[in-house]
Design a protein around this ligand. Structure first.
Ligand code: NAD
Length: 290
């Protein structure tokens, strides 16, 4: 690829889950035209409902007009067909945190999108350099790591693969500003910066629960009162999704080949039991689905 499209207008999002619908909503709220794709019709329907209630909350708070909410929703088109992304300037992938699944999508997009389209991955921890290698045009691949909940959280960690070209990095940094977020760049390494610091802390809090040192509520309360964290590590793990936390720990453990990143056995059990946190209604606390 010679150069990337310098001004990104048409945005594609793959995956309509926790992160995908937030990314789609944020881009649409900033005036961008979005196509959101997922394999599952049910996931797309859920994503639209989530966006509707998030926008309705903003209307109630007076930070958005009703017309603004309607216009934002109208800018998001959904599809179960990956070919619906053919005309996109950038496709942001937010599917399951498995390298083989993400690599397969990147290779597939190569055959669908223009040669100058950019492929961004919202991966939490996977090496962008390894993901870029899945594309015949690896210079177009970059990490665009949003945080949960996307409409609220300010940071987008931009991760440059070894192969990422300068025009791609510049275009994605400009886009991040244009959607009202703050970009910060990290070199490519397992977990980048934020999750390399955050996931081991959640993992260690789970080890403390397993050792019976204190209740989850007390552990969270100690980190709020003693470390001034706005949310305790176990509540944060439930918010992120314990399956996602496990995937990040496995990436750190296997990537660095270092036992200090060993996933907590209790974390593995929680995931095996389907206690994934907020999204399943039960994690280290119980949640009533709204
Ligand atoms: P999720 O399970 O909520 O959603 C994933 C969605 O992707 C599902 O709707 C699923 O149907 C869809 N999907 C799976 N394979 C697909 C495919 N081949 N094509 C199209 N759609 C497909 O997951 P999530 O929590 O939104 O995480 C998505 C990505 O974002 C992961 O890489 C994760 O590590 C990363 N991430 C998550 C968080 C978080 O707090 N949850 C934060 C930052 C980054």
């Amino acid at each position: 690829m010679e150069s990337a499209v310098t001004e990104l207008r048409k945005i594609g999002v793959i995956g309509a889950g926790t992160m995908g619908n937030g990314i789609a909503q944020t881009c649409a709220a900033a005036g961008f035209d979005v196509v959101m794709q997922d394999l599952s019709d049910a996931a797309l329907a859920r994503a639209r409902k989530t966006m509707e209630s998030s926008l309705a909350r903003q209307v109630r708070k007076g930070t958005l007009t009703e017309a603004g909410a309607v216009e934002t929703l109208a800018r998001v088109v959904t599809s179960t067909e990956v070919t619906a992304l053919a005309d996109r300037d950038i496709v942001i992938e937010a599917i399951v945190e498995k390298i083989e699944v993400k690599a397969a999508i990147i290779a597939k997009l190569d055959g669908i999108c223009r040669e100058d389209a950019i492929f961004a991955s919202n991966t939490s921890s996977i090496s962008l350099t390894e993901l870029a290698a899945a594309s015949a045009h690896p210079g177009r691949v970059i990490g665009m790591h949003f945080f949960n909940p996307v409409p609220v959280m300010q940071l987008v960690e931009i991760i440059r693969a070894l192969q990422t070209t300068d025009p791609v990095a510049v275009a994605v940094t400009d886009l991040t500003h244009a959607i009202g977020k703050t970009p910060r760049v990290s070199k490519d390494s397992y977990g980048f910066i934020v999750n390399r610091l955050l996931a081991p802390q959640i993992n260690e809090a789970i080890n403390c629960v397993a050792e019976g040192l204190a209740t989850p509520e007390d552990i969270d309360s100690m980190m709020k009162l003693g470390a001034n964290h706005p949310m305790g590590p176990l509540a944060l793990g439930d918010l992120i999704g314990l399956d996602v936390v496990l995937n990040i720990m496995e990436t750190l453990y296997n990537g660095f080949d270092d036992p200090k990143y060993r996933p907590s056995p209790l974390l593995k059990q929680m995931v095996a039991a389907g206690y994934l946190g907020r999204k399943t209604g039960k994690g280290f606390a119980e949640y009533h689905q709204t």
